[in-house]
Ligand binder design. Sequence first.
Ligand code: DC
Length: 221
Amino acid sequence: MINIAIDGPAGAGKSTVAKAVAKELNIVYLDTGAMYRATAYNAIKNGIDVNDEEKVKEMLETLTMDVMYEDGVQQIVVNGFNTTPYLREHYMSKAASDISAHPCVRYKMVDIQRELAKTYDLVLDGRDIGTFVLPDANCKIFLVASPEERARRRVAENKLKGQESDYNTVLEDIKKRDYNDSHRKVAPLKKADDAIELETTTMSIDEVVATVIKIVKEKIQ
Ligand code: DC
C-alpha cells in the first residue's frame, strides 16, 4: 500500500496539496479533519458539549462513521446521516479542534484511518498522520506558513466560495487552533522527525503543489 502523510497547521494548504497529489497518483484522498468535524457536528446536533469528555465518550459508544466517495468527493456518514454539507461552517473548526483533544475521540478516528490505510493507497491530510496514525508512511510532508499568510489564504479561499470573512477574526481563530492542536496530550500537531518540512509563506499554492508532487514522486518511485 502507498500511504502519503501531509500534516501541518490550519490553513497551510494541506487539502489543496493532498487533493492534487491524489489526482496525480490516481489514489484516494482522505481528509482526516473532516472526521473530527463530523464527530463535533454529531455532538452539537445532539446537544452535547464538545468539551464534556464523559458525554462525548458516551456518544462514541454507539457512533458509527462511514467514509464514502461520491463522484470522487469524500462524504462522512455518521449514524447513517451524511454530515458533509455541514462540516465547513465557521463554528465547526473550533468545535472539531476541541473535540479532537479527547483521547477517546482520537483513538476511534485513528482506528478508522488505519483500517482505510490498510485497504487503499491513500494521501491523508491531518495533524498527526506522520507522527501517530501512520509512522511508517511512505512519504511524510509537513507544510508550514506564517499565521498571517494562512489567514490571508483562508480569506481568499472563502471569497472564492462566495463567503465574506473578516481577516482579523480568521487570524485569531487560526492562532487559537494552532495552540489547541499543538498542546493537546495525545498526538498533538507536530512534525515527524522523518517528515520533509516545506515553509510555504512566500510560495504560491501552485508552487507548493508542484514541489510536493516532485518530493512524493522521488520518495515512492
Ligand atoms: O484540517 P481541519 O481544519 O479540517 O481540522 C479540524 C480540526 O480537527 C483541527 O483543528 C484539529 C483536528 N484534527 C486533528 O486533531 N487531527 C487530524 N489528523 C486532523 C484534524
